[in-house]
Design a protein around this ligand. Structure first.
Ligand SMILES: Nc1ncnc2c1ncn2[C@@H]1O[C@H](COP(=O)(O)OP(=O)(O)OP(=O)(O)O)[C@@H](O)[C@H]1O
Ligand SMILES: [Mg+2]
Length: 393
């Protein structure tokens, strides 16, 4: 199913919050664009217009949106279902009409219709495969797995790949790859209104494997709670530019880094086989369930897993109510050498760790893993076979 972008046009924060929640909890993945960010609703797949207080103004907004974007789905929301208003909104260009409060089944069906339309539109813009790495707690190996996965995906697919360091404070993604960046994620977050493909190209640093890096912040309090909408927009823009977007989200699930949860095709939850890690994993899994993304997108990765296990894997799975997707050995020497030299594990020899990383990344690749040597323009998602891949999980 296509991933949608949606803008909510209202001056009522409660309306915005309720709509955002409904969009997040549905089965279609939706990036919610904050219309207070200047570039906002331009070109979003779905625009939801609040016409409860001022229907006449809402009709003008719908007409403007329709003129600007003939293909987006426009939903009008009104205080009452007057036949006159329904007719007016359809004439202005709305595709759907709802009465407040919204009925979830009807709303979700309309979102499903919008997603099917986007998917079947010829020349639909490409969508990246988005992978989020989230640590159950600090130091479990989230960055190690994220950077190596990014390098391996690029190596095996030949596709454009970017890794984003979303950890607040001083992120280590650039360091692990031995790359010093001039710009950071904060430059992207602070310039969302003028971010475009060219600007993004300026902000990323290049690793010799071909992976682009949007380096981490160097401020301890950023990204912070106020950066949520900008983070969501940056991920959406990167998804339109790259084939793979890998996100090192650190360990927190706060307002600014829940955005990748909604965009991610797979959420890799990294844990160690110890009590603290497993207890935190329980909480993180519960929090993800509350926030909406379906648990079948979560891949539990057990890092530094070596016999004898402090807690047996079967017991971990029972405690979490979630299967372990993959184990990674404990091999401090190999991992530390790779980090210290800035050479990714998979490029630094045939360790067991490298073998497991390769296994992980192959599962995220389309079934045909031949490199993309065609030089052809970027593909639609179905050409890469991501839809089929998703259905395998
Ligand atoms: N499989 C492994 N075997 C041995 N050591 C490992 C393994 N994976 C990671 N490490 C080591 O664990 C330490 C932490 O790794 P890393 O920085 O990737 O964790 P993190 O979860 O991203 O930490 P942070 O919470 O600080 O962001 C590093 O010293 C790394 O070398
Ligand atoms: Mg880290």
């Amino acid at each position: 199913m296509a991933r949608l972008s949606a803008s909510i046009l209202t001056s009522d924060d409660l309306f915005r919050a309720r709509l955002s929640e409904m969009l997040r909890m549905g089965s279609v993945r939706v990036s919610v664009i904050d219309d207070r960010l200047a570039r906002a609703s331009a070109g979003s797949d779905v625009a939801i217009v609040d016409g409860r207080r001022d229907p006449a103004e809402a009709m003008t907004t719908i007409e403007r949106l329709r003129a600007a974007s003939p293909t987006s789905a426009i939903f009008a929301v009104a205080a009452e279902a007057s036949p006159d208003l329904i007719l007016q909104s359809m004439r202005a260009g709305a595709n759907e009409f709802f009465v407040w409060p919204l009925q979830e089944p009807a709303f979700n069906e309309a979102i499903g219709r919008a997603a099917s339309r986007v998917q079947s539109t010829p020349g639909t813009r490409a969508q990246a495969y988005v992978l989020m790495f989230l640590g159950a707690k600090g130091g479990v190996g989230t960055t190690t797995l994220a950077v190596n996965c990014a390098v391996d995906l690029r190596r095996h697919s030949g596709r454009s790949t970017v890794i984003v360091d979303l950890k607040p404070g001083i992120g280590e993604v650039g360091l692990f790859l031995g790359v010093r960046s001039r710009y950071s994620l904060l430059d992207a977050l602070d310039n969302v209104p003028r971010l475009d493909a060219e600007f993004l190209r300026e902000l990323v640093a290049k690793h010799k494997s071909g992976v682009d890096i949007l380096s981490g912040s160097d401020q301890f309090d950023r990204p912070g709670v106020n950066d949520g909408p900008a983070v969501e927009e940056v991920i959406r823009l990167l998804s339109a530019q790259y084939d793979f977007v890998i996100i090192d989200a650190g360990t927190q699930l706060t307002a600014f880094n829940t955005a990748p949860l909604y965009a991610a095709d797979a959420i890799c939850l990294v844990a160690n086989p110890d009590v603290a890690s497993i207890r935190n994993s329980q909480r993180v899994l519960e929090r993800i369930r509350q926030l909406g993304p379906s648990p079948d997108r979560i891949r539990l990765l057990l890092n530094r897993a070596a016999e004898p296990y402090p807690i047996p894997p079967a017991q971990i799975e029972a405690a979490l109510g979630h299967p372990i997707h993959q184990h990674f050995p404990s091999d401090y020497r190999t991992v530390a050498m790779a980090i210290n030299s800035g050479v990714p594990l998979t490029l630094a020899g045939n360790s067991d760790m490298a073998v497991q990383l390769e296994r992980l990344t192959r599962a995220f690749l389309p079934s045909a893993t031949e490199p993309d040597t065609s030089g052809a323009p970027r593909r639609s998602s179905s050409v890469l076979g991501f839809d089929r891949l998703a259905s395998l999980w």
